[in-house]
Design a protein around this ligand. Structure first.
Ligand code: H2U
Ligand code: ZN
Length: 347
């Protein structure tokens, strides 16, 4: 098949397709140009609700923390289980299906420094963030009323982050969220198929390492690549090289290596358009539902919105909302550009 002509690529994790139109990459652009905000931020901002010692929106006061700081979200999307969170009563019409959901929402401040991002934190501090993620999963994963823990970071105004202070979030739920249901099904289908060697993403990584064209960099324990089926122009994944179902299974050296991979990728992203690079990133791992889940392979997704500069973003609209996502820049071209970038932050 000629991959320079319009084609569709299949995402075996989600069962969804992406339309790739490589011939279209050179078309003229007359769309919006967004303003770059590259203000110099102070080390400490007295008006920031995440800085050490400051008062949060609901009145709680942050401790004078010096490392990673976790607190229960003051405006949580989920609440602890109540009498109302039992099984659905079944009295409603099946077309009006609803079920109770319960869980925990926490905010994770990566550093007391208001002015830094993940890309700028010293490796030891990123390692402390990784350790916090692991500890949170160990604690919440042991709870009877939690089956899934979604860790994520929304970075940059363009992605709707409410505050530049380096932070991420965690939402842990009693039920499995949609993306996790899709990825569990995809990985289970693959593992149960005749001819599969290992879990889907373990086999996939082996193919990518053989082909090489979509790999950005590797360290001793992780590989960073642009997936074959990527939807966002500079979408990437970080994958462990051994079979790891959950964050809690990572050893010491692997946690260091994950911190290293996070730093190297986020620095490359910043260097791509010479500006702080926005994204939503998140960790996908096996459910904490008491099952083994051998089909699952831990991985991180980075979904950045930018397309051709620090101000020109891709919009998932029109055909993409109504039919299927589409991209012009091929995943191979994106990987080549990200691979060529320095791992020293250039500004
Ligand atoms: P972002 O990651 O999208 O920036 O969101 C930050 C979260 O911080 C958001 O979920 C919470 C908001 O509810 N928050 C608090 O818990 N306390 C505050 O004082 C302000 C914001
Ligand atoms: Zn701050």
């Amino acid at each position: 098949m000629d991959l320079t002509q319009p084609h569709r690529r299949y995402n075996p994790l989600t069962g969804e397709w992406v339309l790739v139109s490589p011939q279209r990459a050179a078309r003229p652009w007359l769309g919006a140009v967004e303003r770059v905000t590259r203000e110099q931020r102070p080390v400490y901002d007295p008006n920031c609700y995440l800085c050490p010692g400051n008062r949060r929106a609901n009145g709680a006061v942050n401790p004078p923390y010096t490392g990673v700081f976790v607190f229960d979200n003051d405006f949580p999307a989920l609440l602890p289980p109540t009498a109302n969170s039992g099984p659905t009563d079944g009295s409603a019409h099946p077309l009006l299906r609803a079920e109770p959901e319960a869980g925990v929402c926490r905010v994770i401040c990566f550093s007391p420094r208001h002015d830094l991002t993940l890309a700028e934190l010293p490796p030891a501090q990123i390692r402390a963030v990784v350790d916090t993620w692991v500890a949170q999963c160990a604690e919440l994963g042991a709870r009877e009323d939690i089956t899934y823990i979604q860790i994520f970071e929304n970075k940059g105004e363009m992605m709707g982050a409410s505050n530049p202070h380096p932070h991420g979030q965690l939402w842990a739920t009693r039920g499995l969220p949609t993306e996790i249901v899709k990825e569990t099904r995809g990985q289970l289908n693959y593992l149960q198929r005749a001819g599969s060697h290992g879990p889907l993403l373990v086999d996939y990584l082996e193919i990518e390492r053989r082909e090489g064209g979509r790999i950005i960099f590797e360290n001793d324990h992780f590989t960073c690549l642009v997936p074959f089926w990527a939807v966002w122009p500079f979408e990437t994944m970080i994958l462990p090289r051994r079979h790891v179902r959950r964050l809690t299974e990572l050893g010491e050296a692997e946690r260091d290596a994950l911190a290293d991979a996070l730093k190297r990728l986020t620095v490359r992203y910043d260097n791509l358009f010479n500006a702080p690079f926005p994204y939503t990133m998140g960790i996908h791992q096996a459910p904490y539902d008491g099952q083994v889940h051998d089909e699952w392979q831990l991985h991180l997704h980075f979904y950045p919105p930018l397309l051709r500069s620090a101000t020109v973003r891709k919009f998932m609209v029109g055909y993409e909302m109504l039919a299927q996502p589409q991209r012009d820049l091929t995943p191979e071209q994106a990987a080549e550009r990200l691979r060529a970038l320095s791992e020293v932050r250039a500004f």
